[in-house]
Ligand binder design. Sequence first.
Ligand code: SF4
Ligand code: SF4
Length: 388
Amino acid sequence: MKKNYRIADKGSDRYVVGEVTLFDQKNEMFKRMLWDPKLHELGKKYYKTPVLPTNNAGHRLEDLAMVNASWYLEHNFGRSTWGGQTDLYRWDWNGQYSYPLVPSGLKIDGDDPIKITDGIKKVGSFFGATKVGVCDLDRRWLYSKGYTKAEGGKSFDFEIPEEYKYVIVLAIEMDYDAIACSPDGPASSATGLGYSRMAFEAGLLAAYIRGIGYKAIPCGNDTACSIPLAIDAGLGELGRNCMLITPEYGPRVRIAKVFTNLPLVPDKPIEFGVWEFCKTCKKCAEHCPSRALSLENPTEAPIDQSNREGLLTWKIDAKKCAAFWASNGHCCSNCIRTCPFNKKSGALHNAARWIIRHSRVFDKALVRLDDLFGYGKKKNSDKFWSKI
Ligand code: SF4
Ligand code: SF4
């Protein structure tokens, strides 16, 4: 596909309008449900209530089994959703190769950051990342404290040493047909698989970096906010659905990142009309089953402590979103499924992307066409199962 974006003057700084204080990870919704007394009942429902299979498409035992299997690598060998720093996301390395038995202490020449960056992108793609970008580490996006779900949940301090100057950001595409079934099982499986792949790909890339003699800290959702780093790394823009929108896959990606002291060349941030298009298109908010997304213009005002301050963005009411997930028994991806940027590649879709990038005149018409052609409509999960 031809490049459907232009280089932007600013990365995530384009949304900054005030003082940006560091975000404490305990205020992220999945963590708040563990400690916030106001969310005690919701937390009990989300974390403690068994989900029973039904005879409804997308909610059968097969669906539940596939969701569980999709999360397997993240839940057993990654656990960034728990707080990170373990297994594939471990920060340390014993310096030993298991096979082949390369002596420890070897290091590649760091004189050619362009070549090293090309190499990192090659290896990141080889390990399965759909897109790989690089940015300077902007410390405003680090969490002030981490939060682990272990032992019932607790905050912890961490420090990223100054020598970690760069972040490699990995975007991992989720299956289009599975997400089309949201909020049913196949879409939930796409999410789980995304998290498992995040652990796999970030963990392996970190091991590679250590193998060439440099340091690496692999992360999933832990340690720093992923979306601003992805925007800084030129992977996309922010949408009304409060997600990263990529030019190729829209919001249908998950994000992992690796902090490193490897000498790299940062990518340039991009833009392709998302900010303006979202002001006209409200599909994600209109199809949000919990009304958690804003139908209004971007605002600085946070809804509660789960939103960040100092940013002019659309805000999500994360309590409402989590309440729907808890009652649905599956992750929801309606705000990914319905987004007009969530399209497979193709001549017509690429033409629409080109128009959005160049003009505001057709925004309304494009949203109407999107509806008329039935894009974003929920697919029956039985169709997902019957498709080979
Ligand atoms: S995940 Fe579902 S409930 Fe949550 S904001 Fe998106 S559409 Fe709404
Ligand atoms: S659905 Fe529309 S409003 Fe929402 S993020 Fe996508 S383009 Fe923006």
